[in-house]
Design a protein around this ligand. Sequence first.
Ligand code: K7E
Ligand code: CUA
Length: 652
Amino acid sequence: MKKFNSIFFVAIFSLIMVSCGDNNESKRSGGAMASNVAERVYVAPGEHDEYYAFLSGGYSGNLTVYGLPSGRMLKEIPVFSQFPTNGYGYSEETTPMLETSFGFIPWGDAHHPDISQTNGELDGRWVFINENNTPRIARISLEYFETEEIIEIPHSAGNHSSSFVTENTEYVVAGTRFSVPYPQEDIAIDQMKGNFKGPLTFIAIDDKGGMSIDFQLKMPGFNYDLSHPGRGDSHGWFFFTTYNTEEAHTLQEVNASQNDKDFIAAVNWKKIQEYVQNGGGEEIDAKYAHNVFNHSTQTATTTMMDKVLTVDPRDVPGAVYFMPTPKSPHGCDVDPSGEYIIGNGKLSTDLTIHSFSKMLKAIENKEFDGDAYGIPILNFESTLAGVVKNGGLGPLHTEFDDKGNAYTTFFISSEVVKWKLGTWEVLDRQPTFYSVGHNMIPGGNSRKPDGKYMITMNKITKDRYLPTGPELEHSAQLYDISGEKMELLLDFPTHGEPHYAAAIHADKVKANSKKIYRLDENKHENAALNESETRVERNGNEVHVYMTMVRSHFAPDNIEGIKVGDKVYFHVTNLEQDFDVPHGFAMIGANTSELLIMPGQTKTIIWEPKKVGVWPFYCTDFCSALHQEMQGYVRVSGSGSNVPLKWSLDGD
Ligand code: K7E
Ligand code: CUA
């Protein structure tokens, strides 16, 4: 029977895969319709898009910014991965951002961006995003479109049910996907059951966006897949899907699919917050990095933390309940009113919708069906609001519009299905190309979604674009959802593997977007704020070059007296104060990336010259008509040489 199940699954999957690629006919039969569609996504040259969309970069570790409806990629923001394009994670100022308790990590796997909220509406201050592999949460500023802060999540493993924001950005949550020993210890894997735990971490956000771990909830050792906050009446609660409630440790595709129902965990975080504020919880050892980029010093710092507060949910009665949900649910989505909590069982064709108000009643009436490790399990029927029957195959994620409709993605049947909240009837279905993961409606995770567009993010690209060898970029699709039927408007390729995305009306962001770093606010400790401050200093075998750049020269542009074996720090300040005039800095043989330096900004790279000679450096960004002249030389002498240190520009 077990075997039958997985063969059946594979069979359906291959059927769908085979049918990918038969759609070229319908694609080309657009005619008058197609030109009308083209107009609806057309953003004329020089015009701006209506929305910013932030798509996770998945295994690129970064966040990509697109305009909607055009689908034009506007920027890639480096977050968890080194980014040679601008030197993030290479420059001395930014390497601390990638420090962890495991040391420097140049890569990450980013899944779920979420935009900060005030009163349940997107406020456009920050984007948060999780890293799965080495559990971390990042905060990206929507003034600078840069990563400002990364906090590591100790005791977590596969930080997946993250990084969703409560309705006043009180907390960002980070839930473990893998259950693990908590805290980590050396025990036999087959001793997992009952011994592993599933910590859920609540990160408090202060007025300036600063992140700090408030508490970790020590949950039973299930896998915590996704989560969403309550809103409206359910504000104060958080909901997490679980799978592998079997606590299987091997061949999970079979062994973690045995139970007819897993759970949605309902967590009353306000209750736990109160408990913690009254001195509840236990401090335990936890080593984790907290990395903060300071825009004034333009430098990131790492603080190693060593304690975290842990809360056993059994010590806070009334704080955590389990709602049975069929069958290995993935997505966990809350509608804009906060009343409905949707769990999509990956192995079910039905969607299960729980009611928040029924849940409260069931708790009051103690309608329990036993408990799991001391946490009450609510009776399934008691919290059930309804079921969407036969939506499709392999339901994953649900988003909402502003008219009481929900939109659920189905991976196996490769479609998105629109259905009505309250009546649970299916209203429309449209194919996706192909095998959709998440979908996203701007404002979807808030009280006020916009009902105009939806994008789907698809795992398989196949024939949608010109072939580019075996490796293809993923693909997104834009649908118009303003009418009764969804209408496919546009395909656009995406970078990495976008899982989730978040989008916001451009008006809430664009006026605040910074244009330059002001030189008079540059507090970088190694800045040279004008050419008279430029210099070269030797300290043993360390040489510090304090350099400036302006169209179209470096100061200094000739340096002599450097020796093989020296460690040369180039501290380079861009003196420009005009929007969009960066300069680059590249040094032959440097074992690092270039620096791309914005107006008013200072950045540092290290060069360890290995060969005697005269070695050039140059500006990498075509910044002016005389960009090609923006260059200089460093003379490198033998390690024992007596050539004096000197530097100059035009002989001075
Ligand atoms: Cu469904 Cu990581 Cu949200 Cu991918 S997850 S799809
Ligand atoms: Cu500066 Cu090119």
